[in-house]
Design a protein around this ligand. Sequence first.
Ligand code: FES
Ligand SMILES: [Fe+2]
Length: 356
Amino acid sequence: MTTLVRNAWYVAAWSSEIDDTLRRFTILGDPVLLYRRRDGHVAALEDRCPHRLLPLSKGKRIGDAVQCGYHGLTFGPDGKCTRVPGQDKIPPSAYVDAYPVVEKNDIVWIWMGDPHRADPEKIFDLPQFYEAGWHAHQGDALYLKSNYLNVAENLVDPAHVSFVHPTTLGNSASENVPVHVSTEGPTITAWRWIRDAEPIGFFKAFGGFEGNVDRWHYYHLHAPSIAVIDFGSADAAAQIDEEDRDQGNRIFALHFMTPVNENETIDRWMHLRNTAIETAEASEKIDAMFRIAFGEDKEILEAVHAEEARPLKRRPIRLAIDRGPMVYRKRITEMLERERTDDVSAEPDGSYVYHD
Ligand code: FES
Ligand SMILES: [Fe+2]
């Protein structure tokens, strides 16, 4: 049974990845051709000619259209065939799927499901993208040989941080601090505060803290596959309230997980921050630290995926820390069930505009 939810906006690429050349991506198991039209808009077509199945990405641009590299069938950015060399009549089945695409916040969003349900208003957003005092910086497209559910549930699981990321995002001070979980509204949120503790490596590098800090981690996961990790630190002496996180050094790490297929995922990650916003050097240093941390996650998640492929002798055990991941998996099952039964009236509110 598939785990891939189709009726959702996924990140196909960073805007900077798409220009006028023909590029092939695989999203939810489907081959997708992305290119920029002359008016600057991004076109997204099924990357498979309906004649002998040659990927259109092996053809060439003719204006805004694409000419197949095998026998020259030509398709407009709407997927309609406009030319069949050697005959006047264009068969009705000569078309490729065209996917809804929207560019927002320098990100190319794609809708792989029922096109009639593609509502651009429901594309992920954060107020901090537009606020003064905040800086957005795009990181990498991290490839993981793991089902996206494993990748996503890791992002509503603060309990792994002390053990998987001891030098960057965690330290032993948080090992036994309980995790709170809220499953109300469209997001699942897991969070915890570690009060009056030594700063983690990340904020030693960026906070300039002399003594102990209060540190927070809020993991917001929106099904199917967007995670916002709000983390930061403030001087412990200031004793800030939970709602006053802007007074500290605060970073939103955003993860947009796009399933390549059932066994592979691209995690495009970026961050927004309210600290050291003017300097490119800070972005590079943060990227370097994230690369260490997300490389640690990749190793774990690929190993877990490999074990899942073997026959299991018994069901994995569940612990108190698993509440967020369990609710997440349940939501995915419900979304898949809705798609299978095609119950339009039960369509969830897919909007995800996160307000602090
Ligand atoms: S395979 Fe594309 S035109 Fe023949
Ligand atoms: Fe992690």
